[in-house]
Design a protein around this ligand. Structure first.
Ligand SMILES: Nc1ncnc2c1ncn2[C@@H]1O[C@H](COP(=O)(O)OP(=O)(O)OP(=O)(O)O)[C@@H](O)[C@H]1O
Ligand SMILES: [Mg+2]
Length: 455
């Protein structure tokens, strides 16, 4: 017998103990009790197996169990620690003053925001939510801006697989070959003006047409013909792979240098600004290639468990944002192309870098993803210090919010659009202690004060 039953609150500590002893295990939680299956026990500890089973039965905690599917992560080289799997269920939070409040997993396909001033406990709470979702069989994909989820998820006893720069999978800059999608992502991350976005669109389309047919079209065609034919950089771009991006940057530079033949000063300035922004976002090697590609060319996500993309070692914030948005876009393309239910929640820390507030109601890539991803069971969790910096159309699509301590009047004002506002709430939010929060959701009749117990 290789089964131990542990109270849900104790499972993190138990799994850490088991791992320290050199054993590996799988965990299934349901109804407040977790079953820990010891999958490997070193021969020096064989006695533990019998002892564990004996304790479990003696305490009467283990009920009869059905066989559990193997917690497999195809294509990934193994997990760190244990994996939680379960038969679906709820994500529960401790209420302040006793009891609990639970949200069914389905609520998370309609997106969540975790907000609060710095140090109020947002990332800890998010790690808790992701670890609970994983134990309900949901895949968690975390874009870890500051490299902190390894510790946070570990503390909640959750297994995960981490990619970290320079070992991050290289992403194609044209998700699904869609030039418009690429320009949308660039526009958000680089803050391109309409003029620059149009320039970029023209450039990418001309490059694509040259690579496919050898014909030079658009502005690119005019510039290249005026300036003595296509430079070698263009062939590097068409060859794809790692060199394609370097080729692209050389090409843009070359085009800029040939601009002396173009009369318009405005055009030259637009190119200069575009070039400078592209260099900022694309200078770190190994992250992107200028190719069309799909998710399966890049990374095989698991069917359950948590994958962390640790972006903290990428120096440029713009590159981090570009990486997170492009990967999210690839995931969405995959869902759309295959019409598959993804059962996945994407976590975006520092979301204002990916979804800056603009005038009017025209949302960015993340806002559109929030509008369209729900039907594929692709949920979004945005985590940010300042909801006031996020686009209104994204906020309007968050059906659940966890509000930690918030002081600024701009942020309190922004929260009014995502939670039923009341004087009481406005008075409470600035006074919350670290780890305390207000949970509001369309799935609940009224906001509930909760507390997250960090381990
Ligand atoms: N629920 C909690 N109970 C006790 N301490 C907590 C809790 N949540 C967070 N803390 C502590 O507060 C500090 C900040 O936590 P955390 O990083 O989660 O906050 P944050 O809001 O994400 O901060 P930042 O804005 O810097 O990203 C950490 O030292 C953490 O250990
Ligand atoms: Mg944080």
């Amino acid at each position: 017998m290789r089964l131990v039953c542990v109270e849900e609150g104790e499972v993190g500590a138990f799994v850490r103990l088991v791992s320290r002893l050199g054993c590996s295990c799988r965990v299934v939680c349901s109804g407040g009790v977790c079953r820990v299956y010891l999958e490997y026990v070193p021969s020096s500890l064989r006695v533990l197996k019998g002892f564990a089973a004996w304790i479990g039965y003696l305490l009467g905690r283990c009920r009869p169990v059905v066989p559990v599917p193997a917690a497999s992560l195809p294509g990934l080289p193994g997990l760190l620690g244990a994996v939680h799997v379960s038969d679906g269920g709820d994500v529960c939070f401790e209420r302040v003053g006793g009891g609990s409040v639970c949200l069914p997993v389905d609520v998370f396909w309609s997106h969540m925001g975790v907000f609060g001033s710095t140090g109020s406990g947002k990332s800890t709470t998010t790690a808790y939510v992701v670890s609970r979702l994983a134990s309900c069989g949901v895949v968690g994909v975390v874009f870890d801006w500051h490299g902190e989820y390894r510790g946070l998820l570990g503390a909640f006893g959750s297994g995960f697989y981490e990619y970290s720069y320079p070992g991050l999978p290289r992403l194609p800059l044209l998700p699904g070959g869609d030039v418009d999608a690429a320009v949308d992502v660039f526009s958000d991350v680089l803050g391109l003006s309409d003029n620059q976005a149009l320039l970029m669109l023209d450039l990418l389309e001309s490059i694509r047409s040259y690579c496919l047919t050898g014909e030079l079209r658009g502005r690119l065609g005019i510039l290249l013909q005026l300036g003595g034919g296509p430079p070698r950089a263009l062939d590097d771009v068409c060859r794809g792979g790692e060199g394609s991006l370097r080729g692209f940057m050389r090409l843009v530079m070359e085009l800029y240098n040939r601009l002396y033949v173009v009369e318009s000063r405005g055009e030259k300035e637009a190119w200069a600004a575009l070039l400078r922004r592209l260099r900022m976002a694309l200078r770190e090697p190994g992250l992107f290639s200028l190719e069309a590609g799909s998710l399966e060319d890049v990374v095989q996500l698991p069917s359950e468990g948590i994958v962390v993309f640790n972006l903290s070692r990428i120096r440029s914030g713009r590159s981090r944002a570009l990486y997170a948005l492009l990967l999210a876009r690839l995931l969405y393309e995959e869902a759309y192309r295959t019409n598959r239910l993804m059962n996945t929640v994407l976590v975006f820390e520092e979301a204002h870098n990916l979804n800056p507030r603009r005038g009017g109601m025209t949302g960015g890539v993340l806002s559109r993803l929030a509008e369209e991803a729900r039907k594929y069971r692709l949920g979004i969790i945005v985590v940010d210090q300042s909801p006031g910096l996020l686009d209104k159309s994204l906020l309007a699509n968050l059906n659940t919010v966890i509000m930690h301590r918030v002081h600024s009047s701009r942020d309190l004002e922004a929260l009014k659009s995502v939670a039923p506002s009341s004087r009481e709430l406005e008075k409470t939010l600035p006074t919350l202690r670290t780890g305390e929060a207000i949970l509001a959701s369309t799935a609940l009749p009224a906001p509930v004060p909760i507390i997250i117990r960090a381990r």
